[in-house]
Design a protein around this ligand. Structure first.
Ligand SMILES: Nc1nc2c(ncn2[C@@H]2O[C@H](COP(=O)(O)OP(=O)(O)OP(=O)(O)O)[C@@H](O)[C@H]2O)c(=O)[nH]1
Ligand SMILES: [Zn+2]
Length: 349
């Protein structure tokens, strides 16, 4: 089997180590990457250089969507030798314990925040995921699924557009095929669309509709064979027959933000623009005179819900960034201690 990597957006200007060939990671399971190369799909383990880089920073681990350099050894073993520089990366904070980043998807051109219209979209979750999407460097959009179940899909889409400045908002029904044409430009030749959303939002159903075939197990199918509720247990990049790819992320329950100030500014451009016109540059939007944010709240141009959502996400980012800095400082101190100890050991007669 041969595969045209250009259909997935391969950029031939990437430099590869000698004896290595390019490929794109379609999924990762416990350190083993499935990589789509020009001569077909291979399973590859991680080279030592990647493992040691990842020990210092888990963001260096390959993830779905990464372009990598693959090498086949004389004993037929296949390894991923390097992760090529990412154009875009969707990074979340992993656990609440330590402020560490985890890449959910790499090199995607568009990042769709997928949220069901029925029973009703979770506006706060859309805002949070939009901040993550903007931060990634990809073009964010909002895909409202299951529009066949909504009484007035147009009204819901218009309402969500209010909290998604700069992002296209689409209403789709994978079941009926409604609205899918509007997504086509994002999964065209050379382009990759990532789907971000909660379990049950209909991401797998959407992937199948876009791929024109059943490539992902959906919840409905899974229920039939009595398995668990969360159907997508891995991140997967799915090539689309006419070129392009969709990258499905697992039903992510919690998405923490980390170092996402810029993403937040973009996702809340309306509020950030207001804040920029407050009389004082360091306005806390409390009692200060000439506060444009308070004025907008009083005039009803800004909803208290959105204002509070913005403040909450700002606080979260500030807190996590501080925690990460503290952790990095502690790691650095531990490293210096070790170096000094070793040096003392060596200088002893
Ligand atoms: N009515 C209607 N139901 C849909 C539509 N799309 C998906 N569903 C249903 O919604 C449920 C969840 O869909 P999935 O595609 O499995 O959801 P998912 O986001 O992939 O969930 P995870 O795999 O757990 O992350 C299934 O029962 C689907 O049949 C749609 O357009 N209309
Ligand atoms: Zn103000």
């Amino acid at each position: 089997m041969t595969f045209d990597l250009a259909s997935l957006g391969w950029d031939a200007s990437h430099r590869l180590p000698d004896d290595a060939r390019p490929g794109r990671v379609t999924r990762v399971d416990r350190g083993v990457c499935t990589v789509l190369c020009a001569d077909g799909t291979v399973r590859a383990s991680l080279a030592g250089a990647i493992l040691s880089a990842a020990a210092a920073d888990p963001v260096r681990l390959p993830c779905a969507g990464d372009w990598v350099a693959v090498r086949t050894w004389p004993d037929e073993r296949i390894t991923v030798e390097a992760v090529l520089p990412r154009r875009t990366a969707i990074v979340r904070r992993t656990s609440d314990k330590d402020s560490v980043g985890q890449v959910l998807a790499a090199n995607v051109d568009a990042a769709a925040v997928v949220e069901p219209m029925h029973p009703e979209p979770d506006v706060g979750r859309i805002e949070r995921l939009l901040a993550l999407a903007w931060e990634s460097g990809a073009q964010p959009l909002v895909v409202l699924t299951k529009c066949d179940l909504a009484a007035d899909p147009g009204a819901v889409a218009a309402e969500i557009a209010q909290v998604a400045p700069g992002a296209e908002v689409l209403a789709v029904s994978a079941q009926r095929g409604d609205g899918l044409a509007a997504l086509a430009p994002h999964v065209a030749w050379g382009r990759t669309l990532a789907l971000l959303g909660p379990s049950g939002a209909g991401k797998s159903t959407l992937v199948n509709a876009l791929a024109g075939a059943v490539v992902m197990g959906t919840q409905a199918i899974r229920r039939a064979d009595g398995k668990g509720r969360h159907t997508t247990t891995y991140r997967a990049l799915i090539p689309i027959p006419d070129g392009g790819a969709v990258l499905d992320t697992p039903g992510i329950r919690a998405v923490g933000l980390l170092d996402a100030e810029e993403g937040l500014e973009r996702a809340f451009a309306d509020v950030a623009d207001l804040a920029a016109t407050c009389r004082f540059a360091d306005c806390r939007h409390e009692e200060e005179p000439g506060c444009a944010v308070r004025a907008a709240l009083e005039a009803g141009d800004l909803t208290p819900r959105r204002y509070e959502s913005w403040q909450r996400l700002q606080r979260e980012i500030a807190y996590e960034t501080r925690r990460k800095d503290v952790r990095l400082q502690a790691e650095q101190r531990a490293m210096w201690k070790r170096i000094h100890k070793e040096a003392r050991g060596r200088s002893r007669p």
